[in-house]
Design a protein around this ligand. Structure first.
Ligand code: NOJ
Length: 765
């Protein structure tokens, strides 16, 4: 349609028809067994009203989508097609590693590929808009939704977010709806749906950049978050939606609320009733009401009462119609939904192989030493430089050793998160299935489960058992020993006893991360730790592979394991991808996108913290009167950017092209270093550039990631890595919340992780 035709269509709509375009109701209103996220809503809508809705979510499948779209268009007085939306977070049927793991890849091309595959599969099933990527910066692993984020760093999140938007929208199949604007990732105490309390400075410096980057990459939609930010739900926040998003960033697309966010304004206590909430959201700048049933009920009345201008209503409706037009729905309302295409594309070999490659890029090798003793930060460097490639390290696994694969994740099909609504157990390649393929190559493997994998229901039951009442005054019944669990454990111990090497596949169940899945304790479940300790009694050659949706407290895992691997939730090809790397067919290259704390007590712990007036002196290590804990180190167990590989690398001293520069050109200077693969294994190293503004008018972070490059190096190969340093990299949000660049000295690091000491300095005049 031309703009003129769109305008004509808009002019022909009644107030009610306009309000319906701005309303979205869930799939079960149209298709009985459609899945939805969140609470069911009472359906008191007529067929005509359903047909007039602008969009729905969670109707998918070529047949289902066709049937719903056909009926709605036929029933609609102006035959306007609907948009079909869904959460497509880390793949569709071919499920990729969770976004946090994709963060660990530091690979924008890989993230783009994931979203291309997701767009191809989901569009063939009738999806027009993917609620993705999630760009919430995260610093608290207790929050269950850290799995949906790419981590703690604004720059990494921005680069990967842009790549994911490109992947989704690149070939015009699917529109990207970025979320959850803003700062949903900072709930107090890590408890989902809680208030985020952040200064404007902190928002602008850390939490907003990734959303902005995705808007600049052309995302068609933005979802406002449903928690309160400094006491105000984002859907009621005109400063966020109008001043910043539309005003400062020039966003022209559609703003949708998160699920039932308008209705929740009543529960937040900022609106007396749903009508007032509809008015508040509309005036704040929300275009589409997701599932609050507020807009279609109240917008026409609010216009008639003069509380909302029809011109403003028209602007919102035009944005929705324009998006439908961009998607080509007026010409072809079924767009790419096609049974044959779906059959051909979904889980095809090409998609599976992209997912398998992604797994190998997202695994992070935390430890691969000769000893199982606990890793302290002070040994990280020596570990990197020496033993990770020691020939007697347990990884890669060796064919001449008998290997017992043990743990509840050995034969687990649930390798995808709660945010992979189309993930299916039967599609998953388990660790055991992949390992069995290796037996033909001569690997000597046995398999045992060891213990069960506790789920969300188990955690909830335990938390009920230790209810406040019981803690205050009760006694706790002794749990009766479970005979079948004892037998599983005995089998596993026997297998461990007989084997040369044990590989333990442990972790938290997919249902304990994701939405509404916050945890106060982030250790492995006690039955798994018990298994680990018992196995250590009979065999100390332990590799532990950890599955989880969040960084965990890994102290015991590190204490009892010689090698530790973070496998996250790796998706459909998880088994293959993991065994590829454990056997050394592929090399490790993942780096942590989020710090792994020593304990919950350190949270939030993140690398780019502000400089304190009383830093802990690393040399004297004097804990008195400095910003430190008496009983826990300051630094995380494993820092942001950290990861080992089978290769060893050395990075030369940082060289700067100038010691003093004028702030006048785009590229102020160059920082470079030579990277040498000192090992006999080809490998990929993510070389990281960090900068600190040494003296500024506000305290600045101790260092900030400003660039990274993934480079491949053959054995003995040397490459020079160059970074251009621009004024934008040196700028920050000043006292008046405007971006400034201040003269003075800056420190530049080029290294392997955020604890690098490889630095040089220059002065900006
Ligand atoms: C609620 C979640 O917060 C959001 O991420 C999701 O897109 C919507 N539900 C729709 O499922």
């Amino acid at each position: 349609m031309t703009e003129h035709e769109l305008q004509k269509l808009l002019n022909s709509l009644s107030l009610e028809e306009k309000a319906f375009q701005l309303s979205q109701v869930p799939g079960p209103f149209y298709v009985k067994d459609a899945q939805i996220a969140g609470t069911e809503v009472e359906n008191d809508l007529t067929d005509l009203e359903l047909a007039m809705m602008g969009s729905t979510l969670y109707v998918y499948g070529p047949d289902e989508m066709h049937a719903v779209q056909e009926k709605c268009i036929a029933d609609h007085p102006h035959h306007i097609p609907m948009m079909f939306m869904m959460d497509v977070i880390h793949g569709y049927r071919t499920v990729f590693p969770i976004p946090l793991a994709m963060g660990a890849s530091f690979d924008p091309d890989g993230a783009e590929t994931m979203m291309q595959v997701s767009a191809a599969e989901s569009s063939s099933e009738g999806i027009h808009v993917a609620f993705s990527p999630m760009l919430d910066l995260v610093r608290d692993p207790r929050w269950g939704r850290v799995m949906e984020s790419t981590g703690e760093d604004p720059y990494l999140n921005s680069v990967l977010g842009q790549a994911m938007v490109r992947g989704l929208q690149g070939d015009g199949r699917v529109s990207s709806c970025i979320k959850h604007y803003a700062a949903y990732g900072a709930p107090e105490g890590g408890r989902d749906y809680q208030n985020s309390e952040l200064s404007e400075h902190t928002l602008r410096e850390y939490y907003l950049p990734a959303y902005r980057a995705a808007v600049e990459a052309g995302a068609d939609m933005v979802m406002s978050s449903f928690q309160t930010l400094n006491g105000l739900p984002s859907a009621a926040n005109p400063w966020l939606l109008k001043d910043i998003l539309r005003g400062e960033w020039g966003f022209k697309g559609v703003i949708i609320t998160d699920w039932a966010a308008i209705a929740e304004m009543v529960k937040h206590g900022i609106c007396a009733d749903l009508k007032e909430a509809a008015l508040t959201a509309f005036l704040a700048g929300v275009d589409i009401d997701m599932c609050s049933m507020a807009y279609h009920r109240y917008l026409p009345e609010l216009v008639r009462e003069g509380k909302i201008s029809e011109a403003d209503l028209d602007r919102s409706v035009l944005r929705v119609l324009t998006l439908k037009n961009k998607l080509g729905l007026f010409e072809n309302p079924y767009k790419d939904a096609n049974k044959e295409t779906a059959k051909e594309l979904i889980l095809c070999a090409e998609h599976r192989s992209a997912a398998r490659k992604a797994v190998s890029e997202t695994l992070v090798l935390l430890k691969n030493s000769k000893n199982s003793a606990a890793v302290s930060n002070d040994t990280l460097l020596s570990q990197k430089n020496s033993s990770n490639n020691a020939s007697d390290a347990l990884l890669p696994l060796k064919k001449d050793r008998s290997i017992a694969l043990i743990g509840p994740y050995v034969n687990c099909e649930e390798l995808y998160s709660a945010w992979a609504p189309n993930g299916r157990n039967e599609d998953t390649v388990t660790v055991q299935a992949a390992a069995e393929e290796l037996e033909q190559e001569g690997y000597k493997l046995t398999y045992s489960r060891g213990c069960r994998l506790e789920t969300r229901a188990d955690l909830l039951a335990k938390s009920r058992e230790s209810s406040i009442l019981q803690l205050r005054c009760g006694t706790f019944p002794d749990a009766a020993p479970d005979e079948s669990e004892l037998a599983k454990k005995a089998d596993a111990i026997q297998a461990a006893w007989e084997a040369d090497t044990v590989v333990l596949f442990l972790g938290e169940h997919r249902s304990v991360s994701g939405e509404g899945a916050s945890r106060a304790n982030i250790t492995l479940p006690e039955n798994q730790l018990d298994l680990l300790r018992s196995i250590y009694e009979v065999n100390q050659n332990i590799v532990t592979v950890v599955f989880s949706g969040r960084p965990l407290d890994l102290r015991e895992v590190c204490r009892f394991s010689k090698s530790v691997v973070m496998a996250w939730l790796p998706g459909t090809e998880g088994g293959h991808g993991i065994m590829d790397v454990l056997t050394g067919k592929e090399n490790f290259s993942g780096r942590l996108p989020m710090s792994i704390p020593v304990s919950v007590g350190q949270i939030p712990v993140f690398y780019n913290q502000l400089s304190t007036g009383r830093p802990k002196d690393p040399v004297k290590d004097d804990p008195n009167y400095c910003s430190a804990y008496l009983d826990t180190p300051n630094r995380p167990l494993f820092p942001f950017g950290y990861g080992l590989s089978y290769s060893r690398f050395s990075i030369s001293q940082v060289q700067l092209s100038a010691n003093e520069v004028e702030n006048c050109r785009e590229d102020l200077l160059q920082a470079c270093a030579e990277v040498l693969n000192t090992s006999d294994r080809a490998g990929v190293l993510t070389v990281q550039l960090y900068i600190r503004d040494d003296t500024a008018s506000l305290a600045r972070p101790v260092k900030e990631l400003k660039g990274f490059q993934r480079i491949s190096l053959a054995p003995g190969e040397k490459k020079t890595v160059k970074f251009n340093i621009t004024p934008a990299m040196l700028s920050y949000t000043g006292k008046d919340n405007k971006r400034i660049v201040e003269p003075g000295t800056f420190t530049v690091w080029i290294g392997e992780d955020s604890e690098t000491q490889n630095q040089a300095a220059f002065t900006l005049k």
